[in-house]
Design a protein around this ligand. Structure first.
Ligand code: NDP
Length: 460
């Protein structure tokens, strides 16, 4: 039976009814894309009052336009494995919005990648990039290719085949991909090599490049460091800091590693890291030396986090578990989407956690977000807290365009300044009777700039 979908809900409809009507249309237009619906719902719930209060936004149908990508590229990626077998994967690039700058956003290589998953990430990226204050549009891409367990040669052949299609659609003024889950320095190297070979150009078409051939200082560190800077800013609103706090971190990839590094430097004790198989808990804390061992394990040997507990006596391995049951003051979800459900959120709050800063994109389910907001803890959503990565990517684009290079200190200072300004903007838009709702703050602050630019530039 066909679902009756209201074309628009106007007149006397409440904000809630308007949100519901809008979401019915989105669901009907993009069936089965559950993460995309989740991400859109969160933004629409925050910004609907703004849209309803401004005729120019309603006339220009800014929300209806924002949920449809400007275009989507879907392509076949064929490569051969080490046994000589032909392998076939799907490649994607979602170009969500170029209204405030070229498309910008990472590439994810993971077996769970689908069009809907990438649409959620691209949609989030539009608001995140707007928050950075830099001229960056939003996009995302990737493949259902799984680099785990593949040799370097297999990853190289896959990346070369992927770029052989993608290179036509990217460039410094068009669309600038970077890394994400499964795409780190090794993959960006292979992708950039093939881009250069096909185009005969050395430019800033990708970010996250190695610092010796065009990358920015501090890009690998930026997302994790930025998430800790954002947490520090949230904590300072309550006269607190990371010093002396117990922190838990999920994941053990790029974002998690540099989150642990910065927290440790600032005097917090980090007691967990994880991967998709389980969590390690080290009540003595993951020190700089132990973190260096983890980095070698994950980035060079490409091993599993359970090996930590074999190597460091006293640490425990919690097979199949996430870190959320471990008592802490601060939590840094830095692995993947929807990794915190309602029960985990309740457990975190019950055990005394009073600050959550999301290094990952949308790691908390909507019910978990409600738990954090109702408990009035400091909760920094990913699109604000993890914007440091794309911010330094923006600085990398800027350095490549100007054939120049910034020092580590300079980039770190700029990263700090950008994270402060994101925090200030969230506070400006998220005040609710003395409490800062960072979800509403981030959504509204990110939305206004994009919506105004859409109005200024006409209907398209
Ligand atoms: P990495 O691939 O470097 O690391 C991902 C980590 O998360 C690994 O430890 C991985 O474990 C774990 N993980 C992945 N999928 C799952 C899952 N389904 N369940 C449990 N654990 C899982 O990725 P990044 O560190 O770059 O990205 C982590 C998060 O941060 C993502 O949400 C990403 O979108 C977000 N992000 C990243 C940015 C960046 O600059 N890299 C910028 C902004 C956001 P395993 O090895 O077992 O797969």
């Amino acid at each position: 039976m066909a679902i009756a979908v209201p074309e628009s809900v106007g007149g006397q409809a409440t904000i809630e009814q308007q949100v519901d009507g809008f979401m019915m249309r989105v669901a009907a237009q993009s069936p089965g894309e559950t993460e995309f619906h989740q991400a859109v719902h969160e933004v629409v719930e925050s910004v609907m009052p703004l849209v309803q209060s401004k005729k120019a936004y309603r006339d220009a149908k800014v929300l209806d336009r924002m949920v449809v990508p400007e275009n989507v590229i879907l392509f076949r990626v064929v490569w051969t494995d080490d046994a000589g077998q032909v392998q076939v994967n799907r490649g994607y690039r979602i170009r969500m919005s170029t209204v405030i700058g070229p498309n910008k956003g990472g590439l994810r290589f993971h077996p769970s990648v689908t069009l809907g998953l990438l649409k959620f990430l691209a949609f989030e990226q539009v608001f995140k990039n707007s928050l950075t204050t830099l001229p960056l549009g939003g996009g995302k891409g990737g493949s259902d290719f799984d680099p785990k367990g593949r040799s370097d040669s297999e990853v190289m052949r896959f990346c070369q085949s992927f770029m052989t299609e993608l290179y036509r659609y990217i460039g410094p003024e068009i669309d600038v991909p970077a890394g994400d889950i499964g795409v780190g320095g090794r993959e960006i190297g292979f992708l950039f090599g093939q881009y250069r070979r096909l185009t005969h150009r050395f430019n800033g078409a990708l970010t996250g490049k190695n610092a010796i051939w065009g990358g920015s200082n501090l890009r690998p560190e930026a997302t994790g460091y930025g998430s800790v800077y954002f947490a520090s800013d949230m904590l300072s609103t309550r006269g607190e800091s990371p010093k002396g706090k117990i922190a838990i971190v999920s994941g053990s990839g790029n974002v998690a590693q540099y989150t642990v590094e910065k927290l440790t430097t600032l005097g917090a004790k980090v007691v967990t890291m994880s991967d998709s198989d389980g969590t390690i808990m080290d009540s003595e804390g993951i020190t700089a030396e132990k973190l260096a061992w983890v980095m070698e394990l994950k980035n060079v040997r490409r091993g599993r986090i359970r090996e930590y507990a074999d190597h460091f006596k006293g640490a425990k391995y919690l097979a199949g578990k996430r870190p959320w049951g471990v008592p802490c003051d601060l939590a840094f979800p830095s692995a993947t989407q929807n990794e915190i459900d309602e029960d985990s959120a309740r457990l975190l709050v019950k055990n005394g956690c009073f600050c959550v800063s999301e290094g990952a994109n949308m790691p908390s389910r909507p019910e978990a977000v409600d738990v954090f907001l109702n408990a009035k803890i400091l909760y920094g959503p990913g699109k604000a807290a993890n914007a440091g990565g794309v911010a330094v990517s923006g600085l990398e684009m800027n350095q490549n365009a100007g054939c120049m290079r910034r020092s580590r200190q300079d980039v770190d200072q700029q990263l700090c300044t950008i994270m402060h300004s994101i925090h200030e903007n969230c506070v400006k838009y998220g005040q609710e009777n003395g409490f800062v709702n960072y979800v509403r703050g981030a959504n509204c602050a990110g939305f206004v700039k994009v919506a105004d630019a859409m109005v200024h530039q006409g209907y398209m």
